[in-house]
Write a protein that binds this ligand. Structure first.
Ligand code: SAM
Length: 264
């Protein structure tokens, strides 16, 4: 074994420990979040304001006003931009993981009045799996349904589903979706969301998730869910990843070149 390999092995647990510690501090302390995510978001929004359209920046600033959000400025912009593009498709919109309602308000503004379905326990995170307990705790990110309803009171066409997902999803069984935002932090919650929403996505529909590159459980849920499917998660430069539902398989005729693809 080389000296470098030994050094890598010795460093790995420390790196994992540090990352777990940072995530635990972020999840359990508002002050840590304000000094880390909040400061980063302000900086990113200042940069974005230099080259993005005023309506997008206005929507993001209004959604952050007086509320805590776990999204950085760039992540908030991605939510706005993807929701806005998807509003042109048939299908409704949904978010699982609402917390204080910041990302929900961004989606509602970008959706152009499409029906928006919001799912949360509104009592915080359910129990994490044993290998997630070093960074997550039951009850983190609790915010009452009433406070979110009041924050979104000017917005039409919103339905709230209070309770543990996927139990709470039964009432939305008959819906189809063009855009779904996931921000649930846990592997079991992410997997339950993918199982419910993927079959209900319209062709070209998108599931966008937060934390794909921060939280192992979120990435693992996508990897596990997509292992027997044609689609892949598209990882973004932020912590996010998105999944686009294919319209159909693209078949290459034997011996055909690029121009000869047919949708089947
Ligand atoms: C990080 S917070 C969401 C942050 C929010 N999107 C924002 O803009 O700041 C995660 C949320 O996921 C919710 N959650 C996680 N798993 C859930 C499940 N299985 N059912 C319902 N809510 C869940 C928690 O209650 C919590 O409010």
């Amino acid at each position: 074994m080389s000296r470098q390999q030994r050094a890598d092995i010795l460093a790995a647990p420390a790196t994992r420990f540090n990352s777990a510690l940072i995530h635990r501090m972020i999840a359990s302390s508002r002050m840590v979040r304000a000094l880390s995510i909040g400061a980063l978001a302000r900086l990113e929004l200042t940069v974005l304001a230099g080259h993005k359209q005023p309506p997008a920046m206005g929507a993001i600033r209004a959604a952050r006003s007086g509320r805590e959000s776990l999204l950085s400025g760039n992540e908030a912009f991605t939510v706005y931009s993807v929701a806005r593009a998807q509003s042109a498709l048939a299908g409704e919109m949904a978010e699982v993981g609402v917390y204080q309602g910041c990302s929900a308000k961004i989606i509602s503004t970008a959706s152009g009045g499409k029906p928006l379905h919001l799912f949360d326990t509104f009592t915080g995170l359910p129990s994490p799996d044993s290998d997630e307990q070093d960074r997550m705790r039951t009850g983190h990110y609790a915010a009452s349904l009433a406070s979110v309803q009041s924050f979104l009171s000017g917005h039409r066409n919103i339905t709230y589903y209070e309770g543990f997902f996927p139990g709470s999803a039964e009432a939305a069984n008959g819906r189809v979706f063009s855009f779904v935002h996931l921000d649930v932090d846990l592997k079991s919650s992410t997997l339950a969301c993918l199982e419910f929403f993927y079959p209900r996505l319209v062709p070209g529909g998108i599931i966008l998730t937060h934390d794909y590159s921060y939280l192992d459980g979120v990435r693992a849920a996508f990897d596990e869910f997509l292992s027997d499917k044609d689609e892949h998660a598209i990882e973004l430069a932020t912590s996010q990843a998105l999944l686009v539902k294919r319209c159909g398989r693209v078949a290459l005729d034997a011996g055909a070149g690029e121009g000869n693809r047919t949708l089947v």
